[in-house]
Design a protein around this ligand. Structure first.
Ligand code: ATP
Ligand code: MG
Length: 270
């Protein structure tokens, strides 16, 4: 069974792309076949994995516009078992174009889901990196996915906007994708020495309880640097605190998903 997770939060800069790339890299390192689907016009996941969005012949845009099959856009990365469907800046126009060309809003929301169907058997995990908005592109991600993984930055006003995100998830569940669930809430960019950061984490846990991953991603300089080297953290700085955190997150997710047993040696973190 392929697990398809949309990584979403309409708040910008909370760690969606960093999570897609590095969680993906550690799931692949753990033996899972992983596809990252970049649907953000900023194409940050694409460039974080060393691909120049402007140099690629095709992107997810061509898939959304019906020009190409998704399989033809899948690109290998330097990491084994980690593939990507790159995005491009052309995606910025998608929303307006799709409204003009596809009259039926229901059909417009299923573009990604339909495009993914023929390639599902090739992957264990598909992680969709969404843009910071709740528009058509993110709705496509939620319609295609079984779950939404929500990174939340541990800072002032972290919870602001989450209500809107949860209500969008609810709307998608009611109208488009009844199986959609929340995979987990991930606290990112945490600074344990900072009282506010600890308080925010506490508040998130109080509110969302077991939905919150035990793993917390610390603020870590190496995580911020690795995209400019075009490598995920397990290649760029495998001994950094950021690397350890994403490895632990991958293990926690594999255990939650029943792929890895909590008693297996690698699962000791649980
Ligand atoms: N744990 C971390 N420690 C330090 N820097 C981080 C961490 N996580 C992400 N960053 C950096 O913070 C910035 C925002 O992160 P990222 O791009 O992952 O967020 P995003 O939610 O995808 O943003 P957008 O909404 O623009 O797509 C990036 O420069 C990234 O390298
Ligand atoms: Mg991003």
């Amino acid at each position: 069974m392929t697990r398809i997770y949309a990584i979403a939060n309409q708040k910008g800069g909370v760690g969606k792309t960093t999570t897609a790339v590095n969680l993906g890299a550690y799931l692949a390192a753990a033996g899972q076949r992983v596809l990252i689907v970049d649907i953000d016009p900023q194409a940050n996941a694409t460039s974080s994995l060393g691909l120049g969005a402007s140099q690629l012949p095709r992107s997810i845009y061509d898939v959304f516009s019906g020009e190409t099959e998704l399989a033809d856009v899948i690109t290998l990365t330097n990491r084994m078992r980690l593939d990507i469907v790159p995005s491009s800046h052309a995606m910025a126009a998608l929303e307006t174009e799709a409204v003009e060309t596809i009259r039926d809003p229901y059909q417009r929301s299923f573009l990604l889901r339909n495009a993914l169907t023929p390639t599902l058997h090739r992957y264990d995990y598909i992680l969709i990196d969404s843009p910071p908005s709740l528009g058509l592109i993110t709705v496509n991600a939620m319609t295609a996915a079984q779950g939404v993984l929500i990174p939340v930055q541990s800072e002032y006003l972290a919870l602001e906007g989450l209500g809107q995100l949860l209500s969008t998830i609810d709307k998608v569940r009611r109208g488009l994708n009844p199986a959609l669930r929340i995979v987990g809430i991930l606290v990112t960019m945490a600074d344990m020495r900072n009282k506010l950061s600890r308080q925010v984490e506490e508040e998130i846990r109080k509110y969302f309880q077991d939905l919150v991953f035990k793993t917390v991603i610390p603020r870590n300089v190496r995580l911020g640097e690795s995209p400019s080297y075009g490598e995920p953290i397990n290649a760029y700085a495998p001994n950094s605190a950021g690397a350890r955190a994403y490895q632990q997150l991958a293990e926690e997710l594999l255990i939650r998903d029943g792929v890895m047993s909590p008693t297996s040696p690698q699962g000791a973190v649980a």
